[in-house]
Design a protein around this ligand. Structure first.
Ligand SMILES: Cc1cc2nc3c(=O)[nH]c(=O)nc-3n(C[C@H](O)[C@H](O)[C@H](O)COP(=O)(O)O)c2cc1C
Length: 181
């Protein structure tokens, strides 16, 4: 791979941050198709693919989902929410696979210049969210990804990545834990 291509891939991965303020512009259908295709290729434990996704663009539904218990207020300003519906037969698999799926969706969105943020419903918010999107009772509905074109003003006001992550030397070791880089 050419160095410039590698660097642009690395930048996409490294610069992924949570975006919670969006422009109202709708997301083109082909972009949603791309995100769905990337989601489809997410790896999962034993390749069980224990997921369904509900793509929500109706304003009234997004607002209803944003009002539920949890940390999902950013959904109220997003033109698109992708609700992750997971089998919960093996909660350890589900939690891990769900994290991978969420990250892939966010990266696919970022490749199209979109911002995104994970939102978690808590307590009864999960059951109500499941009912609102019409998912079966035996599924877990815990996570939504808010997606939209970033409101640049809100984006610029955020701290720089270097200020919000631990330095490499404080958590990456060679050969033995605590050995330094
Ligand atoms: C498992 C998980 C759950 C999260 N839940 C929420 C949430 O409910 N609401 C929210 O606004 N952000 C949520 N986030 C986003 C984190 O707050 C965010 O990734 C973290 O603060 C780092 O932000 P940055 O990537 O912009 O630096 C969640 C992230 C993860 C990985």
């Amino acid at each position: 791979m050419e160095d410039a291509t590698a660097q642009s891939h690395i930048r996409l991965l490294r610069d992924l941050r949570a975006v919670r303020h969006f422009l109202p512009d709708p997301i083109p259908a082909d972009v949603i198709d791309d995100i769905s295709e990337i989601a489809r290729w997410t790896g999962s434990a034993k390749n069980l693919q224990p997921w369904d996704l509900v793509i929500v663009q109706e304003r009234a539904t997004l607002d209803q989902l944003a009002d539920l218990e949890g940390y999902v207020r950013h959904l109220a300003g997003a033109p698109l929410g992708i609700v992750l519906v997971f089998d919960n037969d093996n909660p350890e698999f589900a939690a891990y696979d769900e994290g991978r799926m969420a990250e892939r969706i966010m990266l696919a969105a970022a490749a199209h210049g979109l911002g995104s943020c994970i939102g978690w419903w808590s307590g009864p918010g999960r059951d109500t969210a499941r009912t609102i999107v019409g998912a079966p009772d035996d599924r877990i509905v815990r996570t939504v990804i808010s997606i939209g074109y970033p409101d640049e003003a809100a984006h610029r006001a955020r701290p720089k990545p270097a200020e919000v992550r631990k330095p490499i030397a404080s958590f990456v070791y060679h050969e033995r834990f605590g050995s330094g880089t």
